[in-house]
Design a protein around this ligand. Structure first.
Ligand code: ATP
Ligand code: MN
Length: 465
């Protein structure tokens, strides 16, 4: 007999048919005569009720059916008399694949804290909460590919190991096969990498953008979607050392086009979540965040506010003058902290904000320089509850201006000749941005901590599992 997934069983409009289902027992309750098993197989948030006539089964078998055990059930699918489900299964035969000891299986009781569940990240996907989060995570990945594919963008794979140390987005993790107990050094005490695997210092990528620009100026419009690594020691609810990033890059797009793309893209993803993950989102809404569905819907409704950084600073300074307390100072030239971003979004405008034209000092070297000599054509998309969800820019397409900026910042360009070549041969206006996949998931799931939207989070002092 072919196994049917519970998601399909629950949708069935046929009754009194025999089915085979397999999954993990969430609970078993009942009396001497009859047992009710709540079975979940991960395909959907809902459990399937299995009704067991105890007389028809050996006691020894029934005893093994405890919370966490894996079983297969053949039975008749019938319309349910009980409350809370439309269908249930009357069991004919049950096979126990694996038992779960009542005293040691950690997910006995409901209502574990998210902190505790992080310590058992190997088992937490079996909870309703993480089942929902990871199904949504999958669906968002599909939404992203769907959006770009339909628009004619090409999915381009940029390298994970890189030898360019000037991507400028954050601290990098080194990749080496050298014996760390016996490092060869030159007279100045600097490590010699000649005999290392790549013959030079190599790291894990902090962004695929630079290679993405090469592709965009050939294929026209591309996106990357891959793992990204930052060794920044920031223990916040919004930073991971290993996260996934989506980076579209488009030839001939200016910053205006870039903003339009970002807004359309995020709205597409949020709409997709509402259309395809309704049950999971409703569960998270009811359990954790009563505003979740309303917040998702509201983002779809309004046009995002578009505002120069300088105007944003004015608004924040006015807030300070009126007595609003921020932890970090506000002044023109300051890098905005999440509290500032959230003030603009949540208190002032009450909708997402795209902040543009940041001071060049706080942005990367490759951003297009404005005529004022002070700002660059950067754009950050700021979201409720999150702060920055996207960072992007129009890129500096002018070879001389780009080189001048590189020299000004003393960026070592010896491994970057290939990047400058884009500006030497057929340079053109182009723009792109990076969306942190887990930041999008924070928004869509309403979870408060980024460690709870990736299966196995990597953060300072934590690489378990
Ligand atoms: P932040 O200021 O929040 O640290 P950033 O400005 O360093 O972010 P960018 O270099 O602009 O980030 O990266 C693009 C996007 O990648 C960000 O908008 C964010 O969504 C995401 N991102 C950046 N750093 C992290 C991280 N450590 N963990 C998870 N997502 C991140
Ligand atoms: Mn940024």
């Amino acid at each position: 007999m072919k196994r049917v997934k519970i998601a399909d069983v629950l949708k069935s409009t046929q009754y009194d048919i025999d089915v085979l289902v397999k999954g993990w027992v969430r609970t078993r309750r009942g009396n001497k005569m009859v047992s009710f098993i709540a079975l979940n197989d991960g395909s959907v948030i809902h459990n399937l009720q299995i009704v067991v006539d105890n007389d028809k089964f050996e006691d020894d078998l029934l005893k093994k059916i405890t919370t966490g055990s894996a079983i297969g059930v053949v039975g008749k699918l019938v319309q349910s008399q009980g409350k809370g489900q439309n269908v249930e299964i009357q069991a004919f035969s049950i096979e126990v694949y694996g038992t779960a000891d009542v005293d040691t299986y950690p997910l006995q009781k409901k209502g574990h804290s998210l902190e505790f569940l992080r310590e058992i990240a190997h088992l937490r996907p079996r909870t309703n909460t993480f089942g929902a989060v990871f199904r949504i995570r999958h669906n968002m990945a599909i939404a992203i590919h769907d959006f770009f594919h339909k628009k004619g963008f090409f999915y381009f794979h940029t390298p994970i190991i890189t030898a360019s140390d000037c991507e400028g987005a954050g601290q990098m993790f080194q990749v080496t096969t050298k014996n760390l107990y016996d490092l060869k050094k030159d007279a100045n005490g600097s490590i010699i990498y000649d005999d290392d695997f790549f013959g030079k210092q190599a790291s894990l990528t902090v962004s695929g953008q630079l290679e993405g620009e090469l592709a965009a100026t050939a294929l026209g419009a591309i996106y990357t979607f891959g793992p990204t690594f930052r060794a920044e020691n920031s223990n916040t609810p919004r930073h991971l050392a290993e996260f996934w990033m989506i980076e579209p890059e488009v030839a001939f797009n200016d910053i205006e086009d870039n903003m339009n793309l970002a807004e359309e893209f995020i709205k597409y993803c949020v709409q997709w979540a509402l259309d395809n993950c309704r049950d999971d989102i409703q569960f998270l809404n009811d359990m954790f965040d009563k505003e979740l569905v309303a917040r998702l819907e509201s983002v779809l409704k309004d046009a995002f506010v578009r505002l120069p950084y300088t105007e944003g600073i004015k608004i924040l300074e006015e807030a300070v003058a009126k007595g609003h307390k921020f932890e970090f100072p506000v002044f023109w030239g300051a890098d905005l902290a999440s509290e500032h971003e959230r003030y603009l979004v949540e208190e002032h405008f009450k909708k997402p904000v795209i902040l543009t034209d940041y001071p060049k000092e706080i942005k990367a070297f490759y951003m297009k320089q404005n005529d004022d000599g002070k700002t660059v054509r950067a754009m950050d998309v700021l979201f409720p509850k999150i702060g920055e969800i996207i960072g992007g820019s129009e890129r500096e397409a002018d070879y001389d201006k780009l080189l001048a900026r590189i020299n000004e910042l003393n960026i070592p360009m010896k491994d970057m000749w290939w990047y400058l070549d884009t500006r030497r041969f057929g340079t053109c206006p182009h723009s792109g941005f990076g969306l942190g996949f887990e930041r999008l998931l924070l928004f869509v799931t309403g979870m408060a901590n980024i460690r709870d939207v990736i299966p196995f989070p990597r953060t300072p002092k934590n690489a378990e599992f």
